[in-house]
Design a protein around this ligand. Structure first.
Ligand SMILES: *Cc1c(COP(=O)(O)O)cnc(C)c1O
Length: 377
């Protein structure tokens, strides 16, 4: 196995992968309708439930071919009964995406907004649930990847259930990184895709959730053909296959990534991401960078640093300097503040972050940015 140039991706997914995962895609051609392939998918689906400690009798996973956003689309359009309403608890770009999905499908919804650097106010959430007994679906994002804030999903889920609603959570940027217990965390449906915490590739996304609720949704309005949760689930249950062509090579890579996940272990993997995250914060702090989210609210995976007021600061220049040396940094996703992000996803460790900051310091010096960086206010 020849080694492939290793890039350290500090963007919020796709993430740095191991060579063994990269090479797992190189397999003999196979028709995914063969029994052999269906067998692989069965094991994969079971593993995806195990990652969030789901009881396989109660929970299942349903695979889709697409990037992570397909899950949000599927969950919201498939799980809303006729005449009912969606409540989106929205403190960032990814929950805003769920609101857009409601708008595109013309679904009755409440967009309950909170500032992007604040946790949702649970009393406000409860007041809305109380005042709107027709809310049947509550949706939010676990780690708002746009800023890195951790939302209190267990508490929100408890509220949703108290008022009789189903709780869907976008866990795309926490799944297989920050430990999740689907039942204890009061989650009915969570979701992710293979290129994030699992450290595989784009093209495979999945929703993990309650079998009973999926079966109940059989009679709900059919708002999409390709993106219907029950249709895909039912096809899997009857045939063991995806309804339409699966991303064959990505599935092989994901199966290898799962082997590596179990070998590393949930606790050790989370400890590694935490080491990386701490190193990122220490590096930013040492250079005087301010961040959007206060330390105690950070989900431990994404740092959002605010652009300094130095006239020589140029994200593009700094990015290009780092990129040429194998490190990728990423712009922010907040409309009101200019930020860039450094993320602790992927097959990287503390040493990679130390190496990154050596390059980043040089990039700042090359651009003529003063360090520690300056802010006017
Ligand atoms: C990455 C991500 C997604 C999916 O984005 P795609 O570009 O469609 O892969 C969805 N939600 C969150 C929270 C994410 O971090």
């Amino acid at each position: 196995m020849e080694s492939i140039k290793r890039n350290v991706l500090l963007n919020p997914g796709p993430s740095t992968t191991t060579d063994t995962v990269k090479y797992a895609q190189v397999v003999p051609d196979i028709c995914p309708r063969e029994k052999e392939f269906a067998g692989l998918m069965k094991g994969l689906r079971e593993d995806l439930v195990r990652i969030v400690h789901g009881d396989p009798g109660k929970y299942t996973s349903v695979l889709f071919c697409g990037s992570g956003t397909i899950n949000i689309d599927v969950a919201i359009n498939s799980l809303l009964p006729e005449g009912k309403k969606v409540l989106v608890i929205n403190n960032g770009a990814y929950s805003a995406r769920a609101v857009e999905i409601c708008q595109y499908y013309g679904l009755p919804h409440i967009d309950l907004q909170f500032p992007v650097d604040q946790r949702p106010d649970l009393a406000a959430v409860e007041a809305v649930l109380k005042a709107n007994p027709d809310i049947a679906l509550v949706h939010t994002t676990h780690n708002e990847t746009g800023t890195g804030i951790l939302n209190p999903i267990r508490e929100i889920g408890a509220l949703a259930h108290r008022y009789g609603a189903v709780f869907t959570v976008d866990t795309t940027s926490t799944y297989a990184m920050r430990p999740i217990d689907i039942e204890k965390d009061n989650i009915d449906f969570c979701m992710a895709s293979a290129q994030k915490g699992l450290m595989a590739f784009t093209g495979l996304s999945f929703i993990v959730g309650s079998r009973a609720i999926i079966e109940q949704s059989k009679g709900y309005p059919r708002r999409s053909y390709y993106c219907n949760l029950f249709l895909q689930y039912d096809f899997f249950e009857r045939t063991g296959e995806m309804h339409f062509t699966p991303p064959v090579q990505t599935i092989y890579a994901t199966i290898q990534a799962l082997k590596e996940y179990w070998a590393e272990g949930e606790e050790a993997k989370w400890a590694r991401h935490t080491r990386v995250f701490n190193a990122i914060n220490a590096g930013l702090d040492a250079l005087g960078f301010r961040q959007v989210i206060k330390p105690e609210w950070r989900a431990g995976l994404v740092s959002s640093a605010i652009y300094p007021d130095d006239p020589n600061w140029s994200f593009e220049k700094v990015h290009d300097y780092c990129y040429e040396r194998g490190f990728t940094i990423y712009p922010g996703k907040i409309s009101t503040t200019n930020t860039f992000r450094l993320c602790a996803l992927g097959a990287i460790d503390e040493q990679d972050i130390r190496d990154f900051f050596a390059v980043f310091r040089d990039a700042l010096a090359a651009a003529g940015v003063k360090t520690p960086v300056v802010y006017n206010a």
